[in-house]
Design a protein around this ligand. Structure first.
Ligand code: MG
Length: 388
């Protein structure tokens, strides 16, 4: 019997997680659900999965939910408090973290301090908090099980091998919808173009991150912390088909890869059933399908990747600034306020203005996040004035 809490339960990974749990059968039980503001959707999940706790960030949304699920024996909480309660829920054996962006950071720290095992889909929390967790001895490979497909692949290729035997890892990247485009072409792309990802069905924020390559940049930092690697050991490789989900090269030159169709339910299920594997009805990859191809990333036209490497090298509060300014820029792009190529411009400008705090605690990181959003907001306003 495994009891599971899902944070971000109304998002893309959250809803797929619930489907996976349902299909796995009665040995897997949902005990807590948490989401941002979609009270109708969470109410339906509460009725279906009968959790002990349901939490929404928004106070009014939580009040509506409370009213809506009165008939259920379910505690309803709100605010950050509710998210932290879900992340540390006493009867939960596994905490699935599938929130979007910064909102995953404090719940992740709380869950790890509480000794919980995490199935981590929220890469931003590790980008922001990796250094703090490292310093506090909370970065345990047995406690943070990756759901991100690339990191799940590396985890599976590593098995019980020590990171000391790893020469390098290849993080595969689809290249997103704009692979091969020139800077001039990129200046004209719309949010609709960017949301049309060739392989993966994902939420809006991560889909834009895939188009800018920031998603891969965040994943580089995520891999650095998860697998205790040096930045130089992490190589990004373009693989348009998204069949190989990443590779590990060992010190003897042997390379191991994990393959499968681009389908998030597989890494979700592996993190939930680990250390066991369970049968499922997912589509399987057919290796007779054709040739697998690789290419180098275009670092010039997709500067977000390099910005992420740079933030990781600087460390301290810089990764939080990278992330916060990216979240603000992506949100502005989705609202049609700025162009696609303004995203890396905004992040780079905010990073240049930042005075790094070394060895930050949670408060400093939260402060750097807030500051970076304010700075990004100012640059966005300026850019909008220039256009109008
Ligand atoms: Mg990924």
């Amino acid at each position: 019997m495994k009891n599971i809490a899902v944070l971000g339960s109304t998002g893309s990974i959250g809803t797929q997680t619930l489907e996976v749990v349902k299909a796995l059968g009665p040995e897997y039980k949902i005990v807590a659900l948490a989401a941002g503001s979609r009270d109708d959707m969470l109410a339906a999940q509460v009725r279906r999965f009968k959790p002990e706790l349901a939490a929404l960030v928004g106070k009014e949304a939580a009040a509506r939910l409370r009213e809506n699920v009165k008939a259920e024996k379910c505690i309803v909480q709100s605010g950050l408090e509710g998210q932290l309660a879900a992340a540390t829920w006493p009867t939960a054996d596994l905490i699935v973290m599938s929130q979007v962006g910064f909102s995953g950071f404090e719940p992740l720290v709380a869950a790890l301090k509480n000794g919980k095992t995490i199935a981590l889909a929220n890469k931003e929390s590790l980008v922001i908090g990796g250094e703090i967790l490292m310093r506090e001895g909370l970065l345990d490979r047995n406690k943070i099980l990756p759901v991100d497909s690339e990191h799940s692949a590396i985890w599976q290729c590593l098995g019980s091998s020590s990171s000391a035997n790893v020469s390098k890892i290849y993080l595969t990247a689809s290249g997103g919808p704009f692979y091969g485009r020139t800077k001039e072409e990129l200046e004209k792309v719309s949010p609709g173009d960017a949301l049309d990802h060739p392989n993966w069905e994902m939420g809006n924020k991560i889909t834009i991150d895939s188009a800018t390559m920031m998603n891969k940049g965040l994943e580089v930092i995520e891999a650095m912390w998860l697998f205790n690697l040096r930045l130089e050991q992490i190589k990004v490789i373009i693989h348009r088909q998204s069949i190989i989900h990443s590779m590990v090269e060992y010190i003897d030159g042997s390379i191991l890869a994990q393959l499968g169709p681009p389908y998030m339910k597989l890494p979700i299920q592996y993190a939930i059933t680990y250390p066991e594997r369970k049968k499922n009805n997912f589509n399987k990859y057919n290796p007779f399908g054709g040739v697998l191809e690789f290419d180098r990333p275009d670092r010039l036209n997709f500067p977000c990747l390099e910005l992420a490497y740079s933030a990781a090298r600087t460390g301290g509060t810089m990764p939080a600034v990278l992330n916060g300014s990216n979240e603000a820029a992506v949100s502005a792009f989705l609202k049609g306020k700025i162009g696609f190529t303004s995203i890396p411009y905004i992040i780079e400008t905010v990073m240049q203005k930042h005075t790094v705090v070394s060895d930050p605690g949670v408060e400093e990181v939260v402060g750097a996040d807030r500051w970076s959003r304010l700075m990004a907001g100012e640059i966005i306003d300026e850019l909008m004035k220039r256009v109008n």
